[in-house]
Ligand binder design. Structure first.
Ligand SMILES: CC(C)(COP(=O)(O)OP(=O)(O)OC[C@H]1O[C@@H](n2cnc3c(N)ncnc32)[C@H](O)[C@@H]1OP(=O)(O)O)[C@@H](O)C(=O)NCCC(=O)NCCS
Length: 164
């Protein structure tokens, strides 16, 4: 699907290790800027955690979770994943590319992938900023998680699922 300005996000598989740095920066920028509108600074600091210099572990996890990368004009602007157990663990879009359908494009390909891989039910733990996006893509609320804790700080999120 084209973004409102007509540019089509390209969705492609994560390339290890070349995409590690770009996806890492997208995630941190999305948390620090977009999610920061929905959480307190203490919560954002806990979610961010310490900055990593070595991205080996990050790269291995993205590679192992069937990550998809979104590009606009050849630049990585977002990524999402689909674990074999149906968990969509990551969904991040660079705020400079936000509101242009990048997350929708990523999740649309993930839905097709899930069908092709025989994964019937998708699940996620949606942040406050991601919840309306998942709802738009057919996910429904299983339970609010007001006590969800990240590095000792309460960072509420919502368990959601999408049935076929
Ligand atoms: C959540 C996030 C990935 C959304 O990315 P995005 O590319 O800006 O989202 P899209 O433009 O593709 O929006 C998808 C749909 O959700 C809708 N939507 C987005 N934000 C919304 C909001 N706050 N309220 C209602 N609908 C909303 C859009 O209108 C769109 O619907 P449409 O295509 O039917 O018009 C991005 O904001 C982000 O990275 N947030 C911070 C990190 C985060 O919380 N990640 C999730 C961890 S679980």
């Amino acid at each position: 699907m084209a973004t409102p300005d007509g540019t089509e996000p390209e969705i492609r598989p994560y390339r290890s290790p070349d995409d590690a740095a770009a996806t890492y920066v997208v995630a941190r920028t999305a948390i620090a800027r977009t999610a920061a509108t929905a959480y307190d600074p203490d919560q954002i600091a806990a979610w961010l955690g310490p900055a990593r210099l070595d991205l080996t572990g990050w790269d291995e996890r993205r590679h192992g979770a069937s990550t998809l990368v979104a590009e606009l004009d050849g630049i990585v602007v977002g990524f999402a994943d689909l674990r074999s157990d149906g968990l969509v663990d990551m969904l991040f879009v660079d705020p400079r590319a936000g509101g242009r359908g990048v997350a929708r494009a990523l999740l649309t390909v993930i839905l097709h992938d899930a069908e092709a891989r025989g994964i019937a039910e998708l699940r996620t733990y949606a942040s406050r900023s991601a919840r309306p996006v998942f709802e738009r893509l057919g996910f429904t609320v299983v339970a609010d998680r007001p006590d969800n804790t990240v590095r000792g700080v309460v960072v509420p999120n919502t368990e959601m699922r999408r049935l076929p």
